[in-house]
Ligand binder design. Structure first.
Ligand SMILES: *Cc1c(COP(=O)(O)O)cnc(C)c1O
Length: 372
């Protein structure tokens, strides 16, 4: 039985990549703002309609955004995210304050943010989880009213737009991941995006390169987080494939939804509601929520059955960040019942641009057979 992986990376034709490698050899330039990386940066600025700075990966980009915005004290964030979001805060000396999420799209519940603000709060770090946009307008209002910074973890949200505007330009800074498993990849890579701002641009550029301003001036305690030319070349090869890749993801998602909406106790994202909110979605993940009482089987039982059949489903995000072993007993008990429930019920199904129609049917077949 052939294995169906939860995700497979977007890969260009090998010849296209080899062609770019030839140029790299001719340039004889491998890293430190090389021509490939600069070309990718320009292309992404055009696509996203804002300033873009490129990084070795999304996590380092997030780390540097936290440093550039000088976040400290308490930062209000979501427990329903990947480890990276919370680790980046903690490793920068910030205390994450966990706000519950909404049961519909799993993003931070904007109506609960204000009640968590204290005199130590310096920022809000929401996540556009699964590529679903947070309530950007209301978060902006809260931030302005309380003089807080807004840093979006947009790792999942490449090419998502809200009312025709790319999601990259909201908040003070947004972070994107170009990891192999993400919608758009540079093998490993990441970006920070923001509305044109000289101060932020200069800070993130220096923090990315050991804090070096010029040959004799080092004015930040920086890191090494630069994107290299091989990664830049991969990005340039993959970028023209995005329209086609998104169309494939959409088609696969629609087939999943068609089958799964007939199944008792299974809920998918509300794509029609996103459409009503003026969102163009990127079909980054295929999360489903299983209500064991209605379905007759639990999330864990379905996950087991899929694995037994060679299908790589993932409990993404279980456990919640505050429940990781490394954080046990470290944070104040958070009121996050919705996140807890989602975490117990959620499963992400295989989804990739290259996924075959017959594989979608195989996954759906296992789910249909769960009914007793
Ligand atoms: C992938 C991811 C990151 C980290 O990005 P890398 O490029 O893998 O370092 C951060 N936050 C979220 C929500 C992610 O999914």
């Amino acid at each position: 039985m052939r294995e169906i992986r939860v995700t497979t990376p977007l890969m260009p034709a090998l010849n296209d990549y080899v062609h770019k490698l030839q140029t790299i050899w001719e340039n004889n330039w491998l890293t430190n703002n090389g021509p490939m990386v600069l070309e990718l940066q320009r292309a992404l600025m055009e696509r996203m309609g804002c300033a873009v700075e490129l990084f070795v990966n999304g996590h380092m980009a997030l780390d540097i955004a936290i440093k550039a915005l000088e976040l400290h004290g308490e930062v209000i964030t979501t427990p329903f995210t990947f480890a990276s979001t919370i680790h980046a805060l903690v490793l920068n000396g910030c205390t994450p304050v966990f706000c519950d999420i909404k049961p519909t799209d799993y993003t931070i519940d904007e109506n609960q943010i204000e009640s968590l603000i204290t005199d130590k709060t310096t920022a809000i770090l929401p996540v556009h989880v699964y590529g679903c946009p947070c309530n950007i307008e209301q978060i902006e209002e809260i931030a302005v009213k309380h003089h807080l910074k807004v840093l979006y973890d947009a790792a999942h949200a490449f090419d998502v737009t809200v009312n025709g505007k790319n999601i990259a330009s909201f908040g003070d800074i947004s972070m994107f991941s170009f990891h192999a498993t993400k919608v758009f990849n540079t093998v490993e890579g990441g970006a920070l995006t923001f509305r044109e701002n000289r101060t932020i641009a200069e800070r993130v550029q220096r923090l990315r390169n050991f804090g070096i301003a010029s040959e004799e001036i080092v004015d930040y305690i920086g890191l090494n987080a630069k994107m290299n030319e091989m990664a830049g070349a991969m990005g340039l090869c993959n970028l023209p494939l995005m329209e086609q890749a998104l169309a494939c993801r959409k088609q696969i998602t629609e087939r999943y939804v068609e089958v799964l909406q007939e199944q008792d106790g299974i809920r998918t994202l509300d794509y029609a509601e996103m459409h009503r909110r003026g969102i163009t979605y990127n079909y980054a993940y295929m999360p489903i929520e299983i209500d064991a009482e209605l379905a007759g089987y639990s999330r864990d039982e379905l996950c087991e059955a899929l694995h037994t059949n060679g299908i790589g489903a993932r409990k993404y995000f279980y456990p919640l960040a505050p429940e990781y072993d490394c954080y046990r007993g470290r944070f104040a008990e958070a009121e996050i019942p919705v996140a807890r429930r989602a975490s117990e019920r959620i499963l992400t199904l295989p989804l990739a641009a290259s996924m075959r129609a017959e594989d979608v049917e195989r996954v759906c077949g296992v789910i249909k057979n769960m009914r007793r």
